[in-house]
Design a protein around this ligand. Structure first.
Ligand code: IDP
Ligand code: MG
Length: 134
């Protein structure tokens, strides 16, 4: 299986709820490696570029306000099939559809506050890692 690097981020709700360690623990326990990591607050420009695909969605302004509302833990994660593997650890976007045992399934109730972000493809991973760590 190809070794990949993917972008994972504990969102402001996850940091506020002291779940950063839990997110990292699950990723490491699976067998992935934290390659780079930083705690910082995203500004509006970076938020807009990170969520560029959602510009036209009705929830976009809410999304930008939320993701800039406090510090995040941004990480580059490395390992076999890390992109898909991290998405599985996170669970479905809507916490009500996320399987128990996944981060969103275990810790979240609302789609707008779903604890973590993870790149959805190798191409997204490269773009997002460039934005946050380039
Ligand atoms: P993902 O985070 O699972 O990749 P995306 O569809 O890329 O999901 O959406 C980005 C983020 O935008 C989601 O994680 C979620 O927090 C938020 N979001 C997605 N759909 C909605 C919605 O219908 N209402 C409010 N927020 C949403
Ligand atoms: Mg996405």
């Amino acid at each position: 299986m190809p070794v990949q690097r993917t972008f994972v981020m504990v969102k402001p709700d996850g940091v506020r709820r002291r779940l950063s360690g839990e997110v990292i623990r699950r990723i490491e326990a699976k067998g992935y490696e934290v390659d780079q990591m930083k705690l910082f607050t995203i500004d509006e420009d970076l938020a807009t570029r990170h969520y560029a695909e959602h510009t036209d969605k009705p929830f976009f302004s809410e999304l930008v306000l939320f993701i800039t509302s406090g510090p995040v833990v941004a990480m580059a994660i490395r390992g076999p099939e890390a992109v898909l593997g991290c998405r599985q650890i996170m669970g479905a976007t809507n916490p009500l559809e996320a399987a128990p045992g996944s981060i969103r399934g275990d810790f979240a109730t609302e789609i707008g506050e779903n604890i973590v972000h993870g790149s959805d493809s190798p191409e997204s991973a490269e773009r997002e890692l460039g934005l946050f760590f380039g």
